[in-house]
Design a protein around this ligand. Structure first.
Ligand code: PLP
Length: 357
């Protein structure tokens, strides 16, 4: 019998069965190729990356650019292999014993539970209201009553798509103790347009996590970043191995960030598709669509299982939650694909809804 780490056996695994569907709308990726101008620059840049050397300059080029954009110093920026790695390490750094409580809304990003468990901390989920909005006072009370080491909020929220305003975020920060670290996961903020990064200078216990995987379409490159006080980035940085980022991904993200204006039309397309599809889906019998400020929609469907099977048969992958969260058991989450892709899955859903009705 192999002597694994205590607790590992009971740890839930992320469902990583990510099949390449003909229409893949299950992971909130960007379904468009990189803008041609950016692609050309990326390819040229990759040709000159010194891959015989450990990464160095590439890391500092990117942190320097990001810091400048936010009016911060490079010491306030820390990069990770996707924001996943950063979030996992932040949980690790504020965990370590059951006495360390990590508070987050539920439903939210499913990995928060897993990271809390992996960090050997106690997860304290705060249920969202029936309409999936967050009661700010309930959240603040849970944080304070538990003397949380870490509070986490995903804004806009995955998988519900709902948002809080910057003043809501500030209300939470004003009402929790400075001994609680507050992690704001802004993975989808480019689709919402209202970031709370402006609060960083005022609240030294705030961390904002961002990713290149969604609006910038770099899910495969695995690059994310966190913004925080130097004291926090230095402490979290201790949990990373040396040279944890690879220079190829860093170079790709560096060019994309330099050329971020080129991605604005992509972001606009994803937003307008989300609006168009929400309007269409709302009209289908048995379908209810939650408000979303992201690149995906959460939809409540009667007979969800039959619909998912029908989509699977047509090689269309959407995200469903039958096993991981009871409150989402009749829901599917659909990321916005291209207009043609969206028309295709919608056609099947319409036929399904009408056939049933
Ligand atoms: C809310 C949220 N945070 C973080 C991530 C992780 O993204 P990545 O590791 O690709 O940066 C995701 C991915 O789906 C997400 O939905």
């Amino acid at each position: 019998m192999l002597q694994y780490r205590k607790g590992l056996k009971n740890m839930p695994a992320y469902d990583g069965t990510d099949k390449y569907y003909t229409i893949k709308v299950n992971a909130n990726e960007c379904n468009m190729a990189m803008p041609p101008l950016v692609n050309e620059r990326v390819m040229n840049r990759l040709a000159s990356v010194p891959i015989n050397r450990y990464p160095g300059e590439e890391y500092y080029d990117l942190t320097g650019q990001i810091a400048k954009n936010f009016g911060l110093r490079p010491e306030n920026v820390f990069l990770g292999n996707g924001s996943s790695e950063l979030i996992e390490k932040i949980f690790y750094c504020f965990g370590g014993s059951k006495a360390q409580k990590i508070v987050f809304p539920d439903p939210s990003f499913s990995m928060y539970y897993i990271y809390a468990q992996a960090a050997q901390a106690t997860a304290v989920p705060v249920p969202l209201e029936a309409d999936f909005t967050l009661d700010l006072d309930k959240f603040v009370t849970a944080i304070n009553d538990n003397q949380a080491s870490l509070a986490v909020l995903c804004n806009p929220n995955n998988p519900t798509g709902g948002v809080l305003s910057v003043s809501d975020i500030q209300y939470i920060l004003d009402n929790i103790k400075t001994s609680t670290c507050f992690l704001l996961d802004e993975a989808y903020v480019e689709f919402y347009g209202r970031s709370a990064t402006g609060l960083l200078k005022e609240y030294p216990n705030l961390i904002v996590a961002r990713t290149f995987s969604k609006a910038y379409g770099l899910a495969g490159a695995r690059v994310g970043y966190m913004l925080a006080s130097q004291a926090i980035t230095e402490m979290i940085g201790k949990s990373f191995m040396p040279y944890h980022m690879n220079s190829l991904s860093l170079a790709v993200a560096d060019i994309c960030y330099q050329m971020r204006q080129e991605f604005v039309p992509h972001i606009q397309i994803m937003i307008s598709e989300r609006k168009r599809m929400a309007e269409l889906l709302k009209k289908l019998p048995g379908f209810a669509v939650y408000p979303s400020e992201t690149n995906f929609l959460l939809v409540h469907v009667n007979d969800q299982k039959e619909l998912v099977d029908l989509l699977e048969k047509n090689d269309i992958g959407v995200r469903f939650f039958s096993s991981d969260n009871k409150r989402l058991k009749d829901c599917i989450r659909i990321s916005m694909g291209t207009r043609e892709e969206n028309d295709t899955w919608y056609g099947l859903m319409k036929a399904f809804a009408e056939g049933r009705g």
